[in-house]
Design a protein around this ligand. Structure first.
Ligand code: CO
Length: 176
């Protein structure tokens, strides 16, 4: 188990095509263990393969419980496909481990249905889920399509992001 380097926006790795997983073996399990380690290290609730430079259709999610505790609901989601988006369009305050130091409001569907495979390769479904989990699923599956939440911002907001983010990146580099 190991913490991997997180790929930071606007790195083109985040825009690469992500391929389907076809082999469900011990290496895949190790990779997802690393993804959880990396996600916890940087205090995230979800992480997608391209965020650690693995351009494969893999997502891990761990939504905290009511007390804010993680490690109880680890989900490994392989080859996910959104099959339904339903309900109202809701605003959500989002951040991303690949866009450190920046949060903003974007819109998502309230509910979604996602077909996926688990670590054993079995076909499973999250049926009409809602709340933070539904939003997180949409955010992470966007990563597998090369999309980042800041792509959803209006032009005005994106200009503001680029100004603010340039400073954030500079401060990060100085810190390294
Ligand atoms: Co993200």
């Amino acid at each position: 188990m190991a913490v991997r380097e997180v790929i930071i926006y606007p790195d083109p790795i985040l825009r690469n095509k992500n391929t389907e997983v076809t082999t469900f073996d011990e290496d895949l399990k190790k990779l997802t263990d690393d993804m959880f380690d990396t996600m916890y290290e940087f205090e995230g609730i979800g992480l997608a393969g391209p965020q650690i430079a693995v351009n494969k259709r893999i997502v891990v999610i761990d939504i905290p419980d009511d007390e804010g505790n993680q490690h109880k609901n680890q989900l490994v989601i392989i080859n996910p496909k959104i099959t339904k988006l339903e309900g109202d369009i809701v605003e959500s305050q989002e951040g991303c481990l690949s866009v450190p130091g920046y949060q903003d409001t974007v819109t998502r569907y309230q509910r979604c249905t996602v077909e996926y495979q688990n670590l054993q390769g079995e076909h499973c479904v999250f049926d009409n889920v809602d709340g933070l989990f539904a939003i997180c699923l949409q955010h992470e599956i966007d990563h597998l399509e090369g999309k980042i939440f800041v792509d959803k911002l209006s032009r005005l907001k994106r200009e503001r992001l680029h100004k603010k983010y340039a400073k954030i990146l500079k401060d990060r580099q100085r810190g390294e």
